[in-house]
Design a protein around this ligand. Structure first.
Ligand code: OOB
Length: 540
């Protein structure tokens, strides 16, 4: 097995420890500590189910013993694909307790993506819900077992595990649980939204990740009295750590799970559980603002709304306080590390017009031009970042690491930003070719590769098109060959490729050819830019 590592040069690591960012805490350790401090405080709420910190810990330990009994071993990687249910937490903290490494997949992922995660991480386990929202994850598990036989253990967090192993819920004293790993070890794997090809794996350590949400708690005002609503999928980095459910649990606060981010599901929960803080992507914030004036539910407990994942326009941002009655906090972050927040006491002007400033005094942020020279303050440039919770490399991907990191360890975020006075950043756009569809990142290349496998597709370019609601939507420009297929048929065919629904192109436009230069060839990047420009011109 290729070792999972995330290491910083020793002088950096020493500085991060000396400054108290990395405190030697582990995920298992902090849960045990909270459960000891206030065992009866409510940790998790899902519908009628309420788990105290003591119960969460007991369930995590039961799950951990169950994994070991099933044959999983400390150090094993386990793909976790769970929706917003309480078992997300017992399953994941169970893995931490057993020294196993979760890889967080989204409920929307399908066989192509799950098989890629399992192969790339050399996973031996897969944790799923049974049937959820009309989809049977046990069928996905069967497909995965057939495609990646190394995944020997399928654990099901549902009453009917079928031929698989149920998630253990009862303590088993016959099995000794291993000691906690060193805090510098990799704790889990996040996946990148990347611009090129398939998702890359992002190993995060206990030290670096715990620092990011502990510091976020301070910036976002999370205390033991806070009630955090997980409206977005729990596996996303944003609702996990900004300050997220992990921040909330670290603070000893309460985490409330919503099955969906829609106002219909979330508003009654806010009213019932007196939710104080939550996070949304811009299109959902817009939906909430549309629904709020007429809702019969009392959402006045909401103090802070974090909005991030994609650009929130100032016009809409200004309406948050008047319509939802809470403080907007913009958050611009990435699963690779760097997270920026506007501060709760910033002026309304700052809160509504920029995407915040970094968490840490030791976040090093550079804004550079095409040649790598610093861009003057106020001028757009490429954002590079290095710091105590920004990774130094992806797992087992030399080519991506050579592209995405400078020789001195800065991560090339791919974002184009402007630096404003006070170190605040305003996001201007992306250098790379991905589509940011309502906060879900889609790699143009990944989707082009799928479409090129269709017999009637001669060539294709996937382009992002501005969308009033989604921020961006995906448009496939297709040069057909042979009999021209129908757009709807191509979309239906894409759905058979075993990919998340959000990756199916929103729109398909057939063209006869792609424009080329006199020199005969254009880069795909340039081609995408031209197609986008032509498309938008026609719309005017
Ligand atoms: C979050 O994480 P990822 O890994 O899904 O996506 C990161 C990318 C950024 O590089 C940027 O392109 C975009 O998402 N982004 C924003 C943004 N927040 C993220 N673009 C404009 N404005 C914003 N506020 O999306 C993520 C991770 C942690 C916290 C928040 C978001």
């Amino acid at each position: 097995m290729i070792p999972l590592r995330q290491t910083w040069p020793e002088d950096f690591a020493r500085r991060y420890r000396e400054k108290g960012y990395w405190r030697g805490e582990t995920f298992s350790g902090f849960l045990r500590q909270r459960a000891a401090e206030h065992p009866d405080a409510t940790a998790i709420v899902q519908g009628e189910r309420r788990w105290s910190y003591a119960e969460l810990l007991a369930r995590a330990e039961a799950a951990a013993a169950g994994y070991l009994k099933a044959g999983l071993k400390p150090g094993d990687r386990v793909v976790v694909q769970l929706p917003n249910i309480a078992e997300f937490f017992s399953a994941v903290f169970g893995l931490f307790r057993a020294g196993m490494i979760p890889l967080y997949a989204l409920p929307a992922h399908r066989i192509t993506e799950i098989a890629h995660f399992a192969r790339k991480s050399e996973a031996s386990g897969y944790i799923i819900a049974g049937r959820y929202e009309g989809f049977d994850y046990r069928d996905l598990a069967r497909a995965l077992r057939a495609e990646v036989p190394a995944v020997q253990h399928v654990i099901v967090a549902a009453d009917d595990a079928a031929e698989f192993t149920p998630l253990a819920t009862e303590a088993d004293a016959s099995l000794a649980l291993p000691p906690d790993p060193p805090s510098s070890d990799v704790a889990f794997i996040q996946i990148s939204g990347g611009s090129t090809g398939l998702s890359k794996l992002i190993p995060r350590t206990h030290d670096d990740y715990i620092y990011s949400f502990r510091a976020s708690n301070e910036i976002c005002g999370v205390t033991p009295e806070s009630v955090f609503l997980v409206a977005l999928p729990a596996a996303h980095n944003f609702p996990m750590s900004s300050p997220g459910h992990m921040g909330a649990l670290h603070a000893g606060a309460t985490v409330v799970l919503s099955p969906s981010p829609s106002p219909d599901a979330a508003f009654p929960l806010i009213a019932k559980e007196k939710v104080t803080i939550t996070g949304l992507v811009p299109p959902l914030a817009l939906l909430w603002m549309q629904a709020a004036p007429a809702t019969p539910h009392d959402i006045s407990s909401l103090e802070v709304l974090l909005v991030g994942g994609a650009k929130f326009t100032p016009e809409v941002a200004r309406r948050v306080r008047p319509t939802l009655g809470c403080t907007l906090q913009q958050v611009f972050g990435m699963a690779e590390g760097l997270v920026n927040y506007t501060r709760l006491d910033d002026s309304e002007e700052i809160i509504t017009t920029c995407q915040g400033r970094p968490i840490s005094p030791d976040d090093e942020v550079l804004v550079v031009d095409d040649l790598g020279n610093p861009a003057p303050e106020g001028e757009p440039g490429y954002l590079l970042a290095r710091g105590p919770y920004t990774i130094r490399g992806y797992h087992n991907d030399e080519a991506a690491n050579a592209r995405s990191f400078t020789s001195d360890g800065f991560y090339r975020t791919g974002d184009i930003v402007r630096r404003l006075p006070g170190g605040y950043l305003e996001v201007q756009g992306r250098a790379g070719d991905h589509i940011n569809r309502a906060g879900e990142k889609i790699s143009a290349e990944e989707i082009e590769d799928h479409l090129l496998a269709h017999p009637s597709v001669f060539d294709v370019a996937i382009v992002s098109i501005p969308d009033e609601f989604l921020g961006e939507r995906s448009c496939a420009f297709v040069i057909p060959q042979g009999e021209k297929p129908k757009g709807a048929a191509l979309k239906a065919w894409m759905r058979t490729r075993g990919i998340a629904e959000f990756k199916v192109p929103d729109q398909i436009v057939f063209v006869e050819q792609f424009a080329t230069t006199a020199a005969g060839k254009v880069s795909r990047k340039e081609l995408r830019a031209r197609l986008r420009a032509e498309f938008l011109e026609k719309q005017d």
